[in-house]
Design a protein around this ligand. Structure first.
Ligand code: ATP
Length: 254
């Protein structure tokens, strides 16, 4: 594609003591794609996600999202700009309802002072109503609307992953960073999650996906980046990556 990538990371590094978790890594994600990020265990994939979302601060490097540097912004501001991430083990608040988890993702409007707040009450109430309707629509689309008032802690592992992605959608993101959407999820639900990803992608949402399930990566992704020992090993189409001898070697050495 000739257009500027939606996400560009260059020279990203993060060391933990003597461990070079991510070492001068780069990645580009083009708008409209489902892009994969793969690599053997300990390759630095999750750390790279943490750096892209500034969940942990990089030692070095830059991250450009939608034409703007984001590496100095707090994670929540990055999310409001349209780049949200999920976690390997879904982070939902177990003691809140499914619907409450969804509503937590919406930016809260707060008044400067009490009088202003009083004048804004109508507007806030309208906003809350719209947020709730939007949350219920998204829950409906992932088959979780019947569970809206259940504790999120009562959901299965796979349903929690779906809830986490559904919550990410609340902020109308341009890009979702998905950390292992299929890990620990039963095969039926994996199929459903894939269908949802394809549908959301058709609606214009770009995805960067860490995943160990190679069948899933190769069938979902337009382009794949491979990390090994914290650095770039290769990138290309799934077909190119599958016959790349350096990639095969890195996995065989595991
Ligand atoms: P996996 O596929 O197994 O989830 P990964 O590719 O996501 O692995 P990371 O979790 O990013 O890899 O880990 C990269 C390296 O950095 C590993 O050697 C890991 O032990 C190390 N590491 C990650 N986070 C920390 C931390 N907070 N403190 C110390 N070392 C860390």
């Amino acid at each position: 594609s000739l257009s500027q990538p939606l996400l560009i990371a260059e020279g990203l590094s993060k060391h933990f003591g003597g461990i070079r978790a991510v070492n001068n890594a780069e990645i580009k994600v083009h708008s409209g794609t489902i892009t994969g990020l793969i690599g053997p265990n300990g390759a630095g994939k999750t750390t790279l996600f943490n750096l892209l979302s500034n969940f942990i601060r990089p030692d070095d490097g830059k991250v450009i999202f939608n034409g703007q540097p984001i590496h100095d912004l707090p994670t929540n501001e990055i999310a409001l700009k349209g780049c949200v991430r999920t976690f390997q083990v879904a982070r939902v608040l177990s003691r809140l309802s499914v619907l409450e988890n969804m509503l937590l993702a919406t930016p809260h409007q707060t008044g400067e002072n009490l009088i202003q707040l009083w004048f804004q009450q109508g507007k806030i109430r309208q906003q809350e109503k719209e947020n709730k309707e939007r949350a219920m629509d998204i829950l409906e689309s992932v088959g979780l609307s019947a569970k809206a008032y259940d504790y999120a802690g009562a959901l299965s592992g796979g349903q929690r992953k779906l809830l986490e992605i559904a919550r990410a959608l609340m902020t109308r993101p341009k890009l979702i960073l998905l950390d292992e959407p299929a890990a620990g999820v039963n095969p039926t639900l994996i199929g459903q999650i894939c269908e949802h990803i394809i549908n959301w992608n058709k609606q214009g949402i770009t995805f960067l996906i860490i995943e160990h399930n190679m069948d899933l990566v190769m069938s979902l992704c337009d382009h794949v980046w491979v990390l090994a020992e914290g650095t770039n090993l290769a990138d290309g189409t799934p077909a190119e990556i599958q016959k790349n001898s350096a990639v095969l070697e890195a996995y065989l050495g595991e």
